[in-house]
Ligand binder design. Structure first.
Ligand code: 2AM
Ligand code: CA
Length: 274
């Protein structure tokens, strides 16, 4: 298949991904004051609402109708650690990795920091990433080699070159929200060395904040492919860097993620190493 044909296929998928997140965003917005039943998943910190499920159903239905041969990995349907491994060797060219609401705790509490995240992967690598915050109407998009955009305007990572100038974000895994945890110790290592720390509560949006130069670093353990598939491409297309905790290029099957503008990456890895 020639390059131009492949690009045009991905251009169509890109437009579809944007259409789907906007439609899911409309659905979520219409439920802002009425979240329906809230259920616990693995524990009291790991929650899902009826709106997560309805958003996911809408996305799965649309993708399946338009692209019946593509595989779909989504949080509430396939939420198990090895799900990505099962899917990535699937026969079809493209796979869709979706989080119908990334930042469910924020959604439940009315904190306007959650998003719909759609990543399209080919041969295990993200080629399209779309993240939409339906409250602020911020739409982050990227296509591999075509750059990253916020509401259609190109974005780039920040130019900070030291940790001392950097605001760094992180988050707790739902299963590890306790004092003395690894992330608490890592925050302690950064205290006084970075400009400040933030815990916003949506990994996909954190990667987009990083991609648009508003924070300079982000790390998180225990993420799943639906949290990162879109955001990682948006970040790398904006000039950023993503690795595992040892500095190896980040893969969707990795458990740890360290992301930055590139310039502070080494210093960040060294500082949060325990
Ligand atoms: P969620 O809202 O879709 O659950 C919070 O720091 C970030 O981590 C959010 O993106 C949240 O996604 C994600 N997260 C929290 N607990 C998680 C878990 N057990 N597995 C995967 N991702 C999790
Ligand atoms: Ca989710």
């Amino acid at each position: 298949m020639g390059v131009s044909v492949k690009c045009s296929v991905e251009h169509v998928l890109y437009n579809s991904a944007i259409e789907y997140v906007l439609q899911a965003g409309q659905l979520i917005r219409s439920h802002l004051g009425n979240k329906g039943k809230i259920e616990q998943k693995k524990n009291a910190f790991d929650l899902v609402t009826e709106v997560d499920r309805r958003s996911e159903d809408l996305l799965r239905r649309k993708i399946h109708k338009d692209y019946p041969s593509h595989w779909i990995l989504s949080e509430e349907n396939c939420g198990q650690a090895n799900a990505y491994e099962m899917f990535k060797n699937h026969d079809s060219d493209y796979g869709w990795i979706i989080d119908p609401i990334d930042g469910t705790t924020n959604f439940i509490h009315g904190i306007p920091y959650f998003a719909i995240s759609i990543g399209v992967v080919k041969d295990g690598e993200p080629v399209i990433g779309v993240v939409f915050n339906p409250v602020t109407d911020e739409l982050y998009t990227a296509r591999k080699t075509f750059g990253a955009y916020l509401n259609g305007r190109p974005i780039r990572v920040g130019k900070e070159s030291t940790l001392a100038e950097a605001v760094i974000a992180t988050g707790f895994q739902a299963s590890d929200f306790r004092s003395g945890s690894r992330v608490v110790q890592q925050i302690d290592q950064l205290a006084g060395r970075s400009r400040n720390i933030r815990l916003f509560g949506s990994a996909s949006l954190d990667l987009c904040l990083l991609a648009s130069g508003r924070i300079t670093g982000f790390w998180h353990d225990g993420l799943n492919p639906w949290d990162t598939a879109a955001g990682i491409l948006i970040l790398t297309e904006a000039g950023g860097k993503a690795t595992d905790k040892d500095g190896n290029p980040y893969r969707l099957s990795h458990d740890s993620l360290i992301a930055s503008n590139g310039r502070i990456h080494g210093e960040l890895i060294e500082t949060i190493k325990l």
